[in-house]
Design a protein around this ligand. Structure first.
Ligand SMILES: *[C@@H]1O[C@H](CO)[C@@H](O)[C@H](O)[C@H]1NC(C)=O
Ligand SMILES: *[C@@H]1O[C@H](CO)[C@@H](O)[C@H](O)[C@H]1NC(C)=O
Ligand SMILES: *[C@@H]1O[C@H](CO)[C@@H](O)[C@H](O)[C@H]1NC(C)=O
Length: 443
């Protein structure tokens, strides 16, 4: 038994009583510093035990209540104005779990909050590091093209990776070596263009509504406005220079647009359209990947499948895991050793706690259309807190997908060492899994 003073023990007991009554901020006081650091033959408690309070979300977006910042005996109702729909969507911010603490930067954005650029033929909205300062390594874009509409021929400084959300999109590209490539991608499929490589996007008529997709740039500051467009360039080159470059008459360029087109209507291409014959050949490296055809692996709580440069060879700087989580199940506690994660929720309701070291932890709620960002190497889980399947993408700026599973780490560490840290039984240690569980089922 460690030697704690009578006053310290009574403070701990008081804190425990307060906590078990549902108190939010009833953290026990810090322990006195040990009087001696001499060797300790058995692991003995040096700090109080963590609170046993459950910390379930107190409501969800479908709840028919006026949410209040109260958990147990802590907090108080709001007397000022309330934005009830937003509060219903974010229970973990208004009435946080008692395990949250300290300062973790905002890790939640929704495309709903992004400015939308409306064009004839479609629209585009984006999230950059300006919207969510934690998101330094990647930026996201949501784009919609009506059938036949074209996102014009362009290039940019960063690589571009995409996931098709709806309809089909036809992409074209030409490599610096003069090889060309055309591909048509369907919902759940991917494309990738290396930094600086010119390309175009066009919705086919596979769906009468056209197509919608998610784009990722491998730089948090990259904006879909910072792109080098064919029409914008030619509008800013003296016409006699254009004529000389293409060895033609200046009048050949009488009808070029005087400004960029960006997105504009066009004739839907055939799904099997072929590029012009290139003396350099068709690119041997496909710039599209039929991710939708990859069968996910099954786990006790859902499914997971990965596409990175080991399977989608062109995709040198972006990797993705597509995850489904059944109601009550969760993506297990884990982290990514060196890669930040940009996550996009496609369906369902999720809750995630980011552990940012040094006692800092914050919980966020997400729903379809939302974005999460988890810096490497923050510990986290993603729990399905709804009644329907949760589906999301974990996207990384890396050549190869990697994660570290908490359960696997502990199962492969000498059990005595683990037991001394956590004061758990052999039976509990026996539950730690030597193989990654990835998506764990409800208990
Ligand atoms: C695509 O959008 C249409 C129209 O909203 C919808 O009916 C369909 O279910 C969507 N398909 C997918 C794969 O999400
Ligand atoms: C996963 O389970 C589903 C449904 O039971 C099954 O259709 C599918 O083949 C399984 N996938 C693998 C990779 O075994
Ligand atoms: C899930 O179902 C329960 C019971 O019907 C309901 O109380 C809860 O609001 C539902 N959750 C969501 C996220 O819709």
């Amino acid at each position: 038994m460690p030697k704690f003073s009578r006053n310290y023990l009574s403070a701990v007991i008081a804190a425990c009583l307060l906590a078990s009554s549902g108190g939010v901020y009833a953290a026990p006081p810090p322990p006195p510093s040990p009087s001696s650091t001499s060797s300790s033959p058995n692991a003995t408690p040096t700090v109080p035990y963590a609170s046993d309070d459950p910390n379930y979300p107190l409501w969800n977006p479908d709840s028919n209540i006026v949410p209040q910042p109260m958990r147990g005996t802590f907090g108080a109702n709001i007397l000022g104005p309330q934005n009830i729909p937003l509060e219903l969507q974010n229970p973990s911010l208004l009435a946080p779990p008692t395990t949250d603490h300290g300062d973790v930067p905002n890790a939640h954005w929704s495309f709903t909050l992004s400015h939308n650029r409306l064009q004839t033929g479609g629209w585009v909205r984006e999230q950059t590091v300006t919207d969510m300062p934690i998101a330094k390594e990647m930026a996201g874009v949501n784009m919609r093209l009506e059938a036949g509409a074209i996102r014009e021929l362009h290039w940019h400084k960063t690589a571009e990776w995409a996931y098709v959300l709806n309809g089909s999109t036809q992409i074209t590209t030409v490599t610096p070596e003069g090889q060309n490539y055309i591909g048509t991608v369907h919902p759940g499929d991917l494309w990738y263009f290396p930094a600086g490589q010119p390309h175009s996007l066009q919705a086919t008529a596979d769906s009468p509504e056209g197509s919608e997709f998610l784009l990722i740039f491998d730089d948090g500051t990259a904006s879909s406005e910072d792109t080098f467009l064919l029409t914008d360039w030619l509008a800013h080159v003296p016409k006699e220079v254009l004529a000389k470059n293409f060895q033609t008459k200046q009048s050949a360029f009488n009808k070029i647009p005087d400004r960029e087109l960006y997105i504009f209507p066009g004739t839907p291409p055939a799904d099997d359209a072929q590029p012009p014959v290139s003396p350099q050949g068709i690119s041997s490296l496909p710039f599209t990947y039929e991710f939708s055809k990859i069968k996910p692996a099954n786990y006790s709580g859902g499914t997971l499948k990965i596409a990175d440069s080991t399977t989608f060879k062109a995709s040198k700087s972006i990797a993705v895991a597509e995850v489904t989580v059944e109601p009550g199940a969760m993506r297990e506690l884990h982290w990514h050793p060196i890669q930040d994660e940009w996550a996009y929720f496609i369906e369902g309701y999720a809750r995630m706690t980011l552990f940012a070291a040094d006692s800092n932890a914050r919980t966020f709620d997400y729903q379809a259309g939302d974005i999460a960002y988890v810096p490497a190497p923050y510990g986290h889980y993603i729990e399905n807190v709804g009644n329907t399947t949760l589906r999301f993408l974990e996207i990384f700026k890396t050549e190869k997908y990697q994660d570290v599973s908490l359960s696997q780490w502990l199962a492969l560490t000498p059990p005595e060492l683990v037991k001394e840290h956590l004061q758990v039984s052999d039976e509990t240690v026996g539950k730690f899994q030597k193989q990654k569980q990835l998506v764990v089922g409800p208990q």
